[in-house]
Design a protein. Structure first.
Length: 218
């Protein structure tokens, strides 16, 4: 089976697919010539799809961090993760925070005090922000390097489009968003998530010998 994060992503996009289906059904029912004003539905689908993408990024980083917490020693972690933990402890207001790293305490500190707060504060899932999160929490800035430059540009453009829909009043003459365009976004992000899930599996296998998730057929 794919990662838990991947399976949750699939569930989160169900409503987006329903929106597309309902849009097309209503369009057929109206059966009018010319354009039918239904793109409030497809625009809503964009918000849900971007939310699913953002949550997938958060979930997969958390899932990998949870696997890292099964390692026996803190020294077995990727260098960037050790650096993140060290900086957190060094800059903490409690002078004895370093003592929590002993006897496996680093695992709880890593997950609860380092990973979760940074994930909770994550937003705007553009490529740069995702790479920064991945670098600090799982030591892998190259998380999205499996994607083409075109895909990475598409991610940034899509997130900007989501922000435009969420924060701006619709302008006169603004492009109409069809159900077919929403379907294109769905298909594109499904391919992106497939590729990233497989890519991160390969990265995780460099550190974890136990059984992990399965690759997705591409």
């Amino acid at each position: 089976m794919p990662s838990y994060s991947y399976r949750d992503y699939q569930r989160r996009t169900i409503d987006v697919k329903k929106i597309s289906r309902d849009y097309k059904s209503l369009r057929d029912i109206f059966n009018k010539r010319g354009r039918v004003g239904l793109d409030h539905l497809s625009r809503s689908g964009i918000l849900l799809l971007c939310g699913a993408w953002e949550t997938y990024v958060e979930d997969i980083v958390r899932e990998i961090a949870t696997h890292f917490a099964t390692l026996e020693k803190i020294d077995d972690l990727p260098e960037e993760v050790k650096k993140t933990i060290a900086n957190y402890v060094k800059n903490h207001k409690e002078d004895n925070k370093v003592l929590k790293l002993a006897d496996g305490g680093w695992k709880t500190l890593y997950l609860n005090e380092v990973v979760e707060p940074k994930i909770s504060g994550f937003n705007t899932p553009k490529v740069h922000n995702i790479k920064e999160l991945s670098k600090k929490l799982i030591g892998y800035e190259e998380m999205l390097d499996c994607l083409s430059s075109e895909d990475q540009i598409s991610i940034n453009d899509f997130v900007e489009f989501r922000g435009h829909i969420a924060h701006n009043v619709r302008m006169r003459g603004e492009s109409y968003l069809s159900a077919e365009k929403l379907d294109e976004f769905l298909e594109d992000f499904q391919e992106i998530v497939n590729t990233v899930d497989n890519h991160l599996l390969g990265y995780l296998k460099m550190y974890i010998n136990t059984r992990l998730w399965n690759r997705i057929s591409e």
